[in-house]
Ligand binder design. Structure first.
Ligand SMILES: Nc1nc2c(c(=O)[nH]1)N[C@H]1C(S)=C(S)[C@@H](COP(=O)(O)O)O[C@H]1N2
Ligand SMILES: [Mo]
Length: 598
């Protein structure tokens, strides 16, 4: 629904808007605060208290919830039954003939037989496992910031299919931040509640390294014959896998030589891990990006952010299951030769592989234990290094907004989460009580015509309406119809000067640690079709909770950049002199990034 409702600009209100007082923006700057450069868990994020979640629950039917911890005893009994069944099967002559025919491993061509595992496989295997630790820990931290999963982009309470949190309370102003939970410090990364900003640098930064390692692995696999080890090339892999399964379960294990070839079951598991799970992790990860969803509307219709999040969680579950089984089998099927294969590129019973493995585990343990304390002590380093690693990709995606994706009335979410810190100043309360008749939006900075607009004047400007999806950094989403003024209209009125590169939005509300909430946006995104100041939501005046009387929408960015309760807009050359200098309140205080298109 593009500009159908926009009125032509010659219908602009005759009364020229008054000029903003020159000191206004100056005074807004003084209301900003500088964030800390270390994390003190006791005062973190406005002193959010520790809040524990619950065991993972899955919804069955409309409102029955199943505690997944029951899977442990059920799984154990299931395993006993399976073992008994497999033992019975193995006594049957037909099954014995089947196993004789399909012993488990398809013998490789002789060209591969003597090759074994080269050193690069061992190196990449270690890098992979090392990076995975941080990816999984920070991923769990991200999940715990919105500890619910859904199948639709609406994120409606009660419609979640999975949660590690109690049901959403009745409070109509309950925020997603209140809904976040704490994880044990050595499980989550950085391990304190609502540390999503830092968790995301860890996650996206190590993801980038993991993907580079993965690309190198793919290339090396296919320029050598090594790919044959983990890509099935004959249908016989399936009966062989079944045969291996029966052999494992009957506790009568096949004799194997992983140096030469993997058995059918391993082949399938490795194939899925390398060629299905890993690419799916990337695709579903990108599927949560507002910039990409807005650009690739067709794909995002199917792979909505919440489908992407849910499938991303299944990928995590697969990796964890794989790791548990893989490590168990490494330990139970000949530890020394197995470690020699992967760590020492040799096929014998010596202890050398074991010692390299032990040394590598020291690195793993040190990395694991040090990650949280290091992050709390040096969060700006995490913020900078993370941005250096993923920033270029985020920047690239911001430029893809050629045909903005929009939704229709029927897509509007029945429930739209609230988030952030509500304003509670006397100034705001007085404005609210007076129905905002005394409200003024001030627009100034590096512009030719600074402006001051009341709500009547704002409403008299050409009306712009859009139905778009909100992506909160914490993981929930929702579709709403926003009505108001295009930022382009505002820019036509004030005429930004050539030096203006960033546009800063100041709020009437404070952030969680006191000091005015604000956020800086690149000026080029202000002329995007879907960048606007909204005073209506879903056909009604914006409510208190959603930002009355005015809020920003910039649909290529995550939710925290959509400043609510906007009081001023300032055009600046750079944001380094504002607040802590990182480009916004959450950037200063909670180590977010100033570009967040992923
Ligand atoms: N002034 C101000 N604006 C804010 C916030 C805030 O805390 N203060 N929170 C942000 C976050 S994190 C999100 S997800 C959205 C939530 O908007 P909603 O409450 O309308 O859903 O507002 C953003 N704008
Ligand atoms: Mo958010």
């Amino acid at each position: 629904m593009p500009d159908r409702l926009d009125r032509p600009s010659d219908e602009l209100p005759a009364s020229a808007p008054s000029t903003a007082s020159p000191g206004a923006m100056q005074s807004y700057r003084y209301q900003l605060t500088v964030g800390e450069d270390v994390v003190d868990p006791t005062t973190w994020a406005g002193s959010v208290p520790v809040a524990h979640g619950i065991a993972p629950h899955v919804r069955i039917g409309r409102e029955k919830w199943f505690n997944l911890l029951w899977l442990l005893p059920i799984g154990f009994v299931g395993l006993l039954v399976a073992v008994a069944a497999a033992k019975g099967l193995r006594d049957m002559p037909s099954v014995q003939r089947f196993i004789a025919r399909y012993p488990g491993t398809i013998e490789p061509a002789s060209s591969l037989r003597d090759k074994g595992l080269p050193v690069w496989v061992g190196v990449q295997h270690f890098l992979n496992l090392f990076l995975m630790i941080f990816i999984i820990r920070s991923g769990l931290q991200i999940l715990s910031d919105h500890p619910r999963l859904y199948w639709t982009r609406h994120s409606t309470p009660g419609k979640d299919w999975f949660r590690i949190q109690k049901p959403v309370p009745d409070d109509p102003l309950w925020t997603a931040k209140q809904d976040s939970i704490s994880l044990p410090g050595q499980v989550g990364l950085p391990g304190i509640r609502h540390s999503i900003g830092l968790a995301r640098w860890w996650h996206l930064g190590t993801d980038t390294l993991w993907l580079l390692n993965g690309v190198a692995f793919y290339v090396l696999l296919f320029v050598t014959p090594q790919w044959r080890r983990i890509v099935p090339t004959s249908w016989a892999v399936f009966p062989n896998a079944l045969s291996v399964l029966i052999q494992y379960l009957s506790l009568h294990w096949p004799t194997e030589n992983g140096w030469v070839a993997y058995n059918g079951l391993q082949l399938i598991a490795y194939f899925i891990t390398v060629f299905v799970a890993a690419p799916l992790a990337l695709i579903t990860g990108l599927g949560m990006s507002p910039a990409l969803s807005t650009r690739f509307k067709r794909i995002s219709k199917l792979l909505s952010i919440q489908v992407a999040r849910s499938v991303h969680f299944f990928v995590l579950s697969w990796f964890v299951l794989f790791i548990v089984i893989h490590v168990t089998l490494v330990f139970t099927t000949g530890l020394l030769p197995n470690l020699n294969h992967i760590y020492a590129a040799r096929d014998n019973d010596s202890w050398i592989g074991f010692w390299i493995f032990a040394a590598s585990m020291v690195v793993v343990v040190v990395g694991w234990v040090a990650a949280t304390p290091f992050t709390l002590r040096h969060p700006r380093v995490i913020q900078r290094v993370g941005f250096a690693l993923i920033g270029p990709a985020q920047r690239l995606f911001e430029h893809l907004d050629s045909t903005p994706g929009e939704y229709s009335e029927k897509d509007i979410s029945p429930y739209f989460w609230h988030n952030g810190q509500y304003p509670d100043s006397d100034e705001y309360k007085a404005l609210l009580a007076g129905n905002f008749v005394d409200y003024r939006l001030r627009v100034s900075g590096l512009v030719d015509n600074p402006l001051e607009l009341d709500l009547g004047q704002l409403r008299a400007l050409p009306y712009h309406e859009q139905i778009t999806q909100h992506f909160c950094i914490q993981g929930w989403s929702g579709v709403a119809k926003w009505g108001g003024v295009s930022m382009q209209t505002i820019m036509d009125l004030v005429n930004p000067q050539a030096e203006a590169k960033w546009v800063v939005f100041y709020s009437l509300g404070d952030g969680a640690d006191k000091g005015v909430y604000y956020d800086a946006h690149p000026i080029e995104q202000m002329s995007y079709h879907l960048t606007m100041l909204a005073y209506d939501m879903n056909g009604e005046p914006l409510s208190f909770g959603h930002g009355a009387p005015l809020r920003l929408r910039n649909e290529t960015q995550l939710g925290f950049k959509q400043v609510k309760w906007v009081k001023g807009v300032e055009f600046v050359a750079e944001f380094s002199e504002l607040g802590g200098g990182y480009g916004g309140y959450n950037q200063d205080h909670e180590f977010f990034g100033y570009r967040q298109s992923i």
